[in-house]
Design a protein. Sequence first.
Lengths: 311, 311
Amino acid sequence: MKLQQLRYLVEVAKQGLNVSEAAEALHTSQPGISKQIRLLEDELGVQVFIRNGKRVVDVTAPGKEILRISERILREAKNLKRVAEEFVNEEEGSLVIATTHTQARYALPGTISSFMQRYPGVKLSIKQGSPTQICEFVLDGSADIAIATEGIDQFPELISLDCYQWNRSIIVPDNHPLLELRRHVTLADVAAYPIITYDFAFAGRSKINRAFEAEHLSPNVVLTAIDTDVIKTYVGLGLGIGIIASMAFDVHRDQGLFAIDASHLFEPSTTHIGVRRDAYLRGYTFSFIEGFAPHLKRETVERALNTYGED
Amino acid sequence: MKLQQLRYLVEVAKQGLNVSEAAEALHTSQPGISKQIRLLEDELGVQVFIRNGKRVVDVTAPGKEILRISERILREAKNLKRVAEEFVNEEEGSLVIATTHTQARYALPGTISSFMQRYPGVKLSIKQGSPTQICEFVLDGSADIAIATEGIDQFPELISLDCYQWNRSIIVPDNHPLLELRRHVTLADVAAYPIITYDFAFAGRSKINRAFEAEHLSPNVVLTAIDTDVIKTYVGLGLGIGIIASMAFDVHRDQGLFAIDASHLFEPSTTHIGVRRDAYLRGYTFSFIEGFAPHLKRETVERALNTYGED
DNA sequence: GTTTGTTACGGCTACCGTAAAGATC
DNA sequence: GATCTTTACGGTAGCCGTAACAAAC
């Protein structure tokens, strides 16, 4: 049994049971893959793939188990390399952060820029996506950590670390009646106007829904956006009032708009960092996490990673 | 990076940093091992072992991490093979049970013999040892499951499954004064006589101590044994009275000795099965566990194995 | 007909084992 | 001097890639 044989297996499965594409993805030849898979199947005495004549059409029952374990082995092998890199040069490497628009645009810039100054040798990159997508990036290894408010706790393979709590604001155009009420605004007041807010899967939208439901109000949501900038644009156009994360409002930049604190109307949301349970994190990754959420010291995170008891 | 390179690493570490012994254990040549380790170190860019001139004397800091991960990888590779075997032939394979004297002699025989009838193709073997030893057997892969009353919960890498509860009996020779009291015997009565019981680490001995301590009694323990047969022998010789697991007394076989139920004196003990969290268990292993503890169905055990969320 | 997977074959890498030399205790 | 490890070297297995063939959509 060889590591590449496992790599071949996994890649074929990943490419939708297409050996040719797997070969391309791995920069090698189809026959090589076919042969090695055959050899492995012979060695194990079990077919992994079901072939219809010459075409791979499905995975056998044992194949599913085998693929699962193979993935784990390959992941650990990657960790091994990462450990080595860490010791060779603590200051160099790469860090891929998967996150949502709101985090990328409003929460992360400060942390990112000081991180880049501190670790100029680390190739930092950001992958933007929906909460579900970014979790999947972390799962399949194409990102190291996920940062989002929604979704992370839904993946048991990920550890979810609380970063910070935040509240919401109502944003309105100039001269809007709600500005008279200011802090005395109620949910009912809000529900009286057309509302523009986040898409269902994003930025704690579920908490907004819950708040209205609790008071049996049915708000008139006229537009759901993935990012705050879209919301602001349409609030500016007078389409309705916006409910956004407070941190996304900037008095200077957002001329013509006004924010009304709404922390008394909606329960606060918490932004989380998600990491694979079985990931090996580089030293600078711990440093990044601590930069973003100062209470998440290295030891705290390590302890969380090992919650299931094993060392 | 190759799997055998990892195997070499781990074996060298296991053999006390002796490359020659590792070579012997793996049925290969020393130079081969040396070279492959070098190659791996080159590839990773980190030394795993510290060499004093030509002698391997220690493991580097990264080496420790690397060894840990390597062990995990090799373990998973073994699991992979096991999965395959399972599907090739569900009825053949091996099962190694690590257990203590008391379990082997009094609790297991029934389960074992019906298991052997049901799975004649499975090579069953039993490794006897102290509670700590048997857990270590399971940890290092030389046994599949551990069965014991003590010790299993102290290893976080093992899942501990409750099997059954049992109580204790006092055994005395014929005409012993305690026989007058029978079920009305108290701890104070017991403490009045010299006592023979289990060694500290065995068979729930700690519960016995705790019971006496709770009543501020200091029993006169004149002999501590690892197994019940030794205890019985010396009780028969009149050295003192015995405190043993009730299941270890047999009216017919143990002529000349009498048992007094002591379930009201000591809290019951529970016997556990211990399994590595990351082990792949063969179908017949589940079957064995269920034979030993009928409430531990396959699904129950599988659920317990995946408590840390993954899978 | 096009896409896809297997068989056949040749080159070459690199792994393994033997033998000998160098270090350490 | 004995044990242990590395270097040197030759044989060989087996991996990879090209090319041709076979099957499936």
